[in-house]
Design a protein around this ligand. Structure first.
Ligand code: F6P
Length: 530
């Protein structure tokens, strides 16, 4: 284990940045006819092109050496070996075990977790197939609609995957309720027939305020419609069996997982039940296999060939060497509309940290602000800033070679052309001369991007892409020496919300902790009494 940290490596990386300041990214292609070959990697049918970043072979070697010197491989191996790397919560991090094929064992705390993983997967498969086939019935017969009630990792993953894989959807209709805002539940149940609706209460802790509030209200709604048989309409996904029983969901309709599955990487566990209901268990297994392929690649490929490691190193290059504060995720796939939201939680909840694993303040910036929108919609909203704003925004583009709409292939060709055009425009820019001397039409260029290109967004490809991003976030956490697997930053607001709600209930804002909150509570009370 080395005692080096990223600060020790920064000087060398900054020297490369300053050396490259004298050239353009476009000229790097002129100087190296094999630049695309050198700066792209393939995994299965996924091509990762990172040649449009202003990094040459020497800078790339220095980045890879940084990962070597900061023990990324050793840290990775400790994760796969089930060591307690989530030190602040005393947990192993083993979501990779969830996508392993049947053979082999994975140890956590000396015990093989795979028998339980397989057993839960088998029960999920048989339950979801019985719902899909109509064998499992509720008050009004077979289930027509499934509502996943969850939030954060218990919502964003299943919601994103279900929407992204809509062409494979052949099960009951799926709905997602996450927000404690009653509008979410109310707008959803308006579309439903209570007699044939199944609610999945998805919560690792089974204590999350939003989820439990929505679950209780959903149950009251059902009870008012179907009376005592309401209980048949509930399924739980949780690690907290005591709480699921207390809520009244029997163990045979409760699917468990374990503390070594982090919320934001839980779609591979029982939390993925809604996905399985939508696309079926064999397609869900293809989704797991795609992720497993990415796991094996991450676990075994040398760092210079390792896509997640390269993604992470480029992220660190942009964040710490070039001081970029934001990062855009731009899927050219309308069904990936929830991908940026999923990645926001993965990146910002994992690495939005200012304390290192040793408890000391970090000295370098950590996670960027992540945002995004499917192309081409984003082009007509915020791309202006990405092209000509004062902020450099590194971008990830994602696009399939083929869409699912065979009869609308012309649309897909336009979509892909726009994707390739945007990354080219960002890199090459337009000079004052080419803009006929009009400074408003000048594009600086040299704006970095990566592109993922794959044949088609099928379950395996989506699983692979998601796992690559998960591992990228892991490597960045390792380079920044932070614990990517806790989320203490969400606690304080939760605690305060409970105490403020007590004041609202009691109609007594006088106990508020400060003048602003007191003033707001008084005004809130006054507006509600009018
Ligand atoms: O946002 C905090 C968080 O703990 C996330 O990490 C998690 O995904 C989410 O809340 C939901 O938690 P649970 O699954 O326990 O309801």
């Amino acid at each position: 284990m080395s005692n080096l940290n990223l600060t020790d490596k920064l000087e060398t990386l900054v020297e490369h940045r300053d050396r490259l300041a004298l050239v353009t990214t476009k000229s790097l292609f002129e100087d190296d006819s094999d630049r695309f070959g050198q700066f792209s990697r393939r995994l299965g049918n996924v091509l990762f092109d990172f040649s449009k970043n202003k990094v040459d072979r020497l800078a790339f070697e220095a980045l890879v050496q940084t990962a070597v010197d900061l023990d990324v491989e050793e840290k990775r191996d400790r994760m796969f070996a089930g060591e307690v790397i989530n030190v602040t919560e005393g947990r192993a991090v083993l979501h990779t075990a969830l996508r392993r094929p049947a053979e082999g064992s994975v140890l956590a705390g000396g015990a093989d977790v795979m028998p339980q993983v397989r057993q839960v997967l088998e029960s999920l498969k048989s339950f979801s197939e019985s719902v899909r086939s109509g064998d499992y019935t509720v008050t009004g017969g077979p289930v027509t609609d499934v509502v996943n009630i969850g939030i954060g990792g218990s919502d964003l993953g299943p919601r994103m995957v279900t929407h992204a894989l809509r062409p494979y959807h052949d099960g009951p209709r799926l709905h997602f309720v996450s927000n404690v805002d009653g509008a979410d539940l109310s707008d959803t149940v308006k579309q439903l027939s209570p007699e044939t609706t199944l609610f999945i209460v998805a919560s690792k802790s089974f204590t999350t305020l939003e989820t439990m509030t929505n679950a209780h209200s959903a149950r009251s709604w059902l009870e008012s419609k179907v009376g005592d048989s309401a209980h048949q309409h509930f399924v739980a996904l949780s690690t907290n069996l005591e709480a699921t029983r207390e809520f009244g969901i029997p163990d045979e309709r409760t699917f468990g997982f374990w503390d070594w599955v982090g919320g934001r990487c839980s779609v591979w566990s029982a939390i993925g039940l809604s996905v399985m209901m939508a696309i079926g268990s064999s397609r869900f297994e293809e989704f797991l296999s795609g992720a497993y392929e990415a796991d094996e690649h991450f676990r075994t490929a040398p760092l210079g060939e390792n896509i997640p490691a390269i993604m992470a190193l480029l992220g660190v290059w942009h964040r710490n060497v070039c001081a970029c504060r934001t990062y855009a995720i731009l899927p050219y796939d309308n069904r990936m509309q929830d991908f940026p939201g999923w990645l926001q939680q993965l990146d910002m909840e994992s690495n939005g940290k200012s304390v290192a694993t040793d408890g000391k303040p970090v000295v370098l910036d950590t996670a960027p602000v992540v945002f995004g929108e499917p192309g081409t919609n984003g082009q007509h909203a915020f791309y202006q800033l990405i092209h000509q704003g004062t902020e450099i925004v590194p971008c990830d583009f994602l696009v399939a070679a083929r869409g699912h709409e065979a009869t609308l292939d012309y649309h897909h060709r336009l979509l892909a052309s726009n994707c390739f055009a945007q990354s080219e425009a960002l890199m090459t820019g337009r000079s004052l001369e080419d803009a006929d001397g009009d400074p408003h039409r000048v594009f600086e260029g040299d704006r970095p991007s990566n592109t993922f290109l794959y044949e088609k967004l099928d379950p395996g490809t989506l699983g692979m892409l998601m796992a690559l991003y998960e591992h990228k976030i892991f490597v960045q956490g390792a380079l920044w020496n932070i614990n990517s697997f806790d989320q203490w930053g969400v606690e304080l607001g939760k605690e305060l919300a409970y105490s403020i709600e007590g004041m609202i209930d009691a109609g007594d804002p006088s106990q508020a902790n400060n003048g602003s909150t007191r003033g707001l509570l008084e005004a809130f009370q006054a507006l509600r009494s009018d």
